[in-house]
Design a protein around this ligand. Structure first.
Ligand SMILES: O=C(O)CCC(=O)C(=O)O
Length: 259
């Protein structure tokens, strides 16, 4: 099984297509090469100074509400479909102009989530590829944004560099990679507050426990794709158009929420 939609495993293109962009506007050519080679960029500043303070204050103030929304839904929810400030975070021009370099002019965001790992955790973290969870070709880029500094002690993510290049691999019934060490040596990805890491949806990554004594590890994840890529399941079809257009009408336009 390659994805959680096994009936689509042979329909979807789950191979890595390197970014081919000779004239990036926001990343450098070296950063694009690094993305192609390793499957992720170094952290880049996305929210700084007053913007970072406002970002941190928002998540601090609304964390309980977001938690309740998830509990009421009984499942995963895309926060940018429901809350205006989160919509504006995913559509922020500084992030979106970088995405343009990686996925082209027509950018939609179809998944977002906020995870705040509390201190003194002992369990968690298994390697997976996000592409295994989506009913699309493997073309999406995930932006992982650190709301506070994330390091190895408080549970930053770990990546297996280069593991995206072989495309989607067989996973177990919980969609975790079987024997991830076969695919390379994992490295921690420390991210300063307000910085984002851009990752391929094929990159094997894990989010281990926050073993710190007293530091939370809040992180926000948003998944973007070119509007030209078709979603194959109803559940994945709603998306916010962050840039450009949806020339084939593949996606259901999610309006800016009023909440
Ligand atoms: O630790 C996090 O915030 C991200 C968890 C993760 O593995 C994911 O979103 O795919």
């Amino acid at each position: 099984m390659l994805t959680r939609y096994p009936h689509l495993d042979h329909v979807l293109d789950l191979s890595f297509h390197p970014v081919d962009n000779d004239e990036p506007a926001s990343f450098t050519r070296e950063q694009i090469d690094q993305y192609n080679e390793r499957g992720f960029t170094d952290p880049v500043p996305l929210f700084i100074d007053d913007e970072l303070n406002a970002l941190q204050a928002f998540f601090r103030e609304h964390e309980g509400r977001m938690q309740r929304m998830m509990e009421e839904a009984g499942s995963f929810i895309s926060l940018h479909h429901l809350l205006t400030p989160v919509h504006d975070i995913v559509a922020h021009p500084r992030t979106v102009s970088r995405l343009r370099d990686l996925i082209g002019p027509n950018v939609v965001c179809f998944i977002s989530q906020f995870i705040n790992k509390p201190p003194r955790q002992t369990e968690g973290g298994s390697f997976h590829q996000d592409a295994s969870f989506n009913a699309t070709d493997a073309r999406s880029v995930i932006v992982w944004l650190a709301i506070e500094h994330a390091d190895a002690e408080n549970g930053c993510m770990w990546f297996i560099p280069g593991s995206h290049r072989g495309g989607a691999v067989e996973c177990d019934e919980t969609h975790f990679v079987i024997e991830p060490s076969r695919y390379g040596q994992a490295v921690p990805c420390e991210v300063p507050a307000g910085h984002g890491v851009f990752m391929s949806d094929l990159l094997m990554h894990s989010s281990p426990p926050n073993r710190s004594k007293d530091r939370h590890r809040p992180g926000f994840t948003a998944t973007y794709i070119s509007a030209e890529v078709q979603p194959h399941e109803q559940a994945n079809r709603w998306a916010v158009q962050c840039r450009g257009a949806d020339p084939n009408g593949h996606w259901k336009p999610q309006p800016r929420p009023k909440g």
